[in-house]
Design a protein around this ligand. Structure first.
Ligand SMILES: Cc1cc2nc3c(=O)[nH]c(=O)nc-3n(C[C@H](O)[C@H](O)[C@H](O)COP(=O)(O)O)c2cc1C
Length: 388
């Protein structure tokens, strides 16, 4: 029985329907916790209370799950994407480090999930290459009433209300207010060096331009409010004092997590940590491609498939990131960025200069870096002092 529908078209079309993300857990016959990530969880009936999910017939995880007498559906929260990736990747140790407690029927309840629903198997029936699993609900509770993790077009995200009142973004407002306190230093630096100068803040995974002083001779490509998703190699300046887990999170944003690429991004970060600034060489073809991908992403309301194009184009900037400066050589630079040293409870911030003339000697760049670092240090002191 086939209607001749192309499988790629089926996936592409159905990928436009968003789902939540749940982890179905159980204690398998061997006594060990097991689980699988599903996007196909749904409520089915109120009386009797039944829910369903659809595991692939070839799923090894489901083969283990069905050996249990009961299972628990854990609805994941928007901050549980790392946990989701870990369990979806599989492997015998996928439950290592996952905090859970046994539910009333013994199935693992994952800590900090949004809610859980514990069931017994009511029916398992085959439907093409998947099973339809009906669960009879025995116990359920809201664990943490917070935003759920959503899955759409192959990417993760979270719900934002369709209210006509714009959602306030406290981090962005705080960063803009802090940047305002150093406006005169930024304007002076822009005038002194005859370059464009801006303040960037890391806001929920984006580098956002929160202040701009444009006295450079070259037009400024980054308007106030410009957002660049922090994808390796970019964003290293925000990670100079970060933990290994934060670096790991940054590396995960790259489209290619091969050993070589990860080593390359880590080497870039080590360089930034050692010298206290980052450089990006100007290579018009790669930079234009990255800007075009970024524009398409913003114009599409940040759709996941456009996000993947941004990931790809941004990762290709790695070859332009932090070139070695050799005395007497000439360089075309797109930007120089230095972190602003502030307290850990403030949004990470940095100062970026752009709009430099072409073909500048290494000695000139070193002099710009010196001025940039001086202003960044003073800005950090002013911001920390501002909070009294
Ligand atoms: C967001 C998301 C939703 C998923 N939904 C389902 C699903 O509904 N059914 C399914 O069989 N697998 C689903 N998967 C894949 C499984 O979680 C898992 O990767 C797969 O079962 C691994 O194969 P294994 O069970 O053979 O180890 C989903 C994965 C992700 C990341």
């Amino acid at each position: 029985m086939s209607t001749g529908i192309d499988s790629a078209l089926f996936r592409e079309t159905l990928g436009h329907y968003p789902t939540g993300v749940a982890v179905v857990t159980a204690i398998a016959q061997d006594g060990r916790p097991t689980g699988m990530v599903v996007g196909t969880f749904s409520s089915v009936s109120l009386d009797p209370p039944m829910v369903a999910f659809f595991p692939a017939t070839n799923s090894r995880s489901f083969r283990q799950l069905r050996t249990a007498g009961a299972f628990c559906v854990n609805v994941l929260a928007s901050d549980q994407e790392p946990l989701c990736r870990r369990i979806a990747t599989g492997g015998a140790d996928k439950f290592d480090g996952v905090r859970w407690r046994p539910g009333p029927l013994g199935s693992p309840i994952i800590e900090d999930s949004v809610c859980w629903i514990e069931c017994t198997f009511q029916d398992i029936r085959e439907a093409g290459d998947h099973f339809v699993v009906l669960g009879l609900v025995h116990e359920l509770a809201v664990e943490r009433s917070t935003l759920p993790l959503l899955f759409f077009q192959g990417g993760y995200g979270r719900f934002s209300p369709g209210s006509f009142i714009a959602t306030p973004d406290p981090d962005l407002i705080q960063a803009a207010q802090l940047a305002e306190t150093i406006r005169s230093q930024i304007e002076d630096l822009s005038t002194e060096l005859a370059v464009n100068c801006g303040v960037l803040a890391e806001i929920r995974g984006d580098a956002v331009q929160v202040l701009a002083a444009n006295r450079g001779s070259v037009a400024e490509p980054f308007p106030l409010g410009h957002r660049q998703p922090i994808i390796p190699p970019l964003g290293a300046v925000f990670l100079v004092n970060s933990t290994a887990a934060q670096v790991e999170e940054w590396l995960r944003r790259a489209p290619d997590d091969s050993r070589d690429r990860r080593d390359l991004y880590r080497a870039g970060l080590d360089k930034v940590r050692a010298c206290g600034y980052s450089l990006l060489a100007a290579e018009p073809r790669l930079l234009q491609r990255q800007q075009a991908a970024l524009s398409a992403f913003e114009e599409s309301d940040r759709l996941p498939r456009h996000e993947r194009a941004v990931q790809q184009a941004t990762s290709e900037l790695a070859e332009l990131f932090c070139p070695d400066l050799l005395p007497g050589e000439l360089y075309d630079l797109a930007s120089i960025v230095a972190p602003i040293p502030t307290d850990a409870d403030l949004p990470p911030m940095a100062i970026r200069i752009t709009g430099m003339p072409a073909a500048v000697p290494a000695e000139q760049i070193e002099s710009w870096v010196h001025s940039l670092k001086r202003v960044a240090a003073a800005a950090g002191a002013a911001m920390t002092g501002t909070r009294g």
